[in-house]
Design a binder for this molecule. Structure first.
Ligand SMILES: Cc1cc2nc3c(=O)[nH]c(=O)nc-3n(C[C@H](O)[C@H](O)[C@H](O)COP(=O)(O)O)c2cc1C
Length: 172
């Protein structure tokens, strides 16, 4: 799929067909993620691939906005290693661009995804819950989870802010 078309057609998908997503496609998503730019080329990201039903159910209880992830065939938890990049917000920005690559690559492959937050400085217990569930070590941060599956629905259209309202030329 053409890059512009791919990024303009990406939407959050929260319902999935009962059809497996092969490992080969998941590996391709991760390969796309690791081609992202990273602060000082630190590449601090780590990925946990989850197919186990009980684990997905536990993760889907992390907060009130993620119950649907238990129905996805695969959930990818996107993390970063503080020992590789301990500069905030660069570590979050770097890991976010890798996560966005996953969303875009999935769209290009006909897969549906949704960014589901984990790291929230106002509610640190959410990340701790996920870290406990997945035995994630202290120096690893869990940023977000990405359910992956074949879309079972089409999202309704979304109104975008007019470009004229948010674009500034030369000065604010
Ligand atoms: C940082 C971030 C956190 C998000 N967290 C959640 C979440 O926890 N649960 C959820 O259902 N969607 C979450 N989303 C998805 C947004 O709700 C979605 O991107 C937004 O409504 C726009 O819709 P679209 O992705 O279809 O364009 C998150 C998106 C971002 C960027």
């Amino acid at each position: 799929m053409d890059t512009i078309k791919c990024l303009k057609s990406r939407r959050s998908i929260r319902t999935y067909l009962e059809k497996d997503v092969p490992d080969k496609l998941i590996t391709e998503l991760i390969d796309c993620a690791i081609h992202a730019p990273s602060s000082c080329n630190t590449q601090p990201w780590e990925f946990i691939i989850i197919r186990n039903k009980e684990t997905k159910e536990k993760l889907s209880e992390a907060h009130r906005w993620c119950s649907f992830i238990k129905d996805a065939p695969v959930v990818i938890v996107v993390c970063f290693d503080s020992n590789k990049l301990n500069l905030s917000p660069s570590n979050i920005a770097t890991t976010s661009v890798a996560a966005e690559n996953i969303l875009l690559a999935a769209n290009s492959l006909g897969l549906g995804t949704c960014w589901v937050y984990i790291k929230d400085y106002n509610e640190p217990e959410i990340e701790q819950k996920v870290k406990n569930t997945l035995s994630i070590p202290e120096h690893i941060n869990a940023l977000c989870m990405i359910p992956v599956g074949y879309p079972a629905s089409k999202p309704t259209s979304k109104k975008l802010t007019e470009i004229e309202e948010i674009i500034h030329f030369e000065k604010w």
